[in-house]
Ligand binder design. Sequence first.
Ligand code: ADP
Length: 213
Amino acid sequence: MRLIGVTGGIGSGKTTVSNYLKEKYQLPIWDADIYARQAVEIGSPILNEILDRYGSDLVLSDGNLNRPRLGEIVFNLPEERRWLEKQIHPYVRDRFAQNIEKLASIGSRGSETRGPMASFDGPTAVLAVPLLFEAQMTDLVTEIWVVYLRPPKQIERLMLRDRLTREQAVARINAQVSLEEKRSLADVVLDNSSTPLALLEQVDLAIAKKVGG
Ligand code: ADP
């Protein structure tokens, strides 16, 4: 099995890479952000825990979690952030583990691995996990790809995409493990400081090369 963990910093180009892997190589993309949102769906035990802790007015009028408000609370209180992560990360990890188990059983039956990736041993999947290092999920993947970007560019793209001021963009970037550190822990570094095309060429090279095997 080939399990590619795609990570990086906020605004570094992770989504661009995942979308390309899905479209060009028809790989399944398992997205930690989607699972994290599902973890707190209306009626979920985790949402109930959150409301017990912070009050039932932390939901919108439709009953959904008011994510921006929760974000404000935990952004300023590291202790609360740790508490919240302790609720959500195990759920996300579980979802990945279930997917991996399912994929392994398909692989062991053999014939289902088709398409452009059929030449690799067994099936391949992509785990898109912004907090792969922070949430200690590196053991779930067989190779780590870090989408890297030089810091001034990261600030610039984040400001543009999310309409943030420079200060807001810098605060969000500083809340994560630095890209330099992530880069030093990668099996594959995809440098996205240049054009999107240059990034995707690096993806093609990384896919063709099976890391560590
Ligand atoms: P992430 O998923 O890591 O937060 P995205 O893939 O959403 O990052 O990219 C962040 C923003 O930068 C998006 O608006 C995207 O379209 C843009 N972008 C990505 N790569 C490039 C590039 N090489 N040149 C210019 N803009 C880019």
